[in-house]
Write a new protein. Sequence first.
Length: 258
Amino acid sequence: MSVFPKRFEGRRAIVTGASRGIGRAAAIRLAAEGARVGLVARGRPGLEEVAAVIRGAGGDCRVLPADCSVEGEVQAAFDDAARGWGGLDVVVANAGIELADEDAPVDRLALESWQRLLSVNLTGQFLTCKHGARHLLETGGGAIVCLGSNCGSLGMALGEPGYSASKGGIFAMMRVMAADYAPRGIRVNMVIPGFIDTPMNAYAFADPATAKRWSDPIPLKRPGTAEECAAAILWLASDEASYCVGAALVVDGGQSAI
């Protein structure tokens, strides 16, 4: 972890969905660059594993189990971290789900599945940003990075309108938040991953033919990694991106460029 510059030395961050995939990679990288990191996800065991990695490398973190679709749990997690560290500086709103076996064209999509996708993906990010912004304002400013998807910005996930709508909502919310909070010292931006090798896409990688079919249209001819997405998240959260407000940084190997 010491090979990275300490861009976040002394800063306090929270990452939701921190137990796996992009959130895990972002949390570990933030700690490597000097941040104290609040780890938020529903399951404590996964968070403890990430915490062990961070602490084993000399980093500082707090394990904060919470369901991001439940406001009381989100508020408690953010209040815990801010109280323990005297404030917050960085919020990474990453938690999300994809119900590949339930999402379907709208004439066949169950209301329960639609509501679950929006509850976790869109409402969860709203609650993360709500309570994150509250603490950032008290601190005097900071950075929020939301996680979206090409599915929400391009409508490319045929047969998954629920997931796509939830991610499209995040994009719209981020743009408005960016304008609302920039004058108050909070920069809000977004990372838009493409086809990334994470547990969320495990069903695709379980079938080599499917993984190849999804990779072939990408100009780089391969899926991305969680670490590549984490690098983009950290850049937007850092002072290096001090003039970036309302930006949507696409990390998709060129897929959306063609």
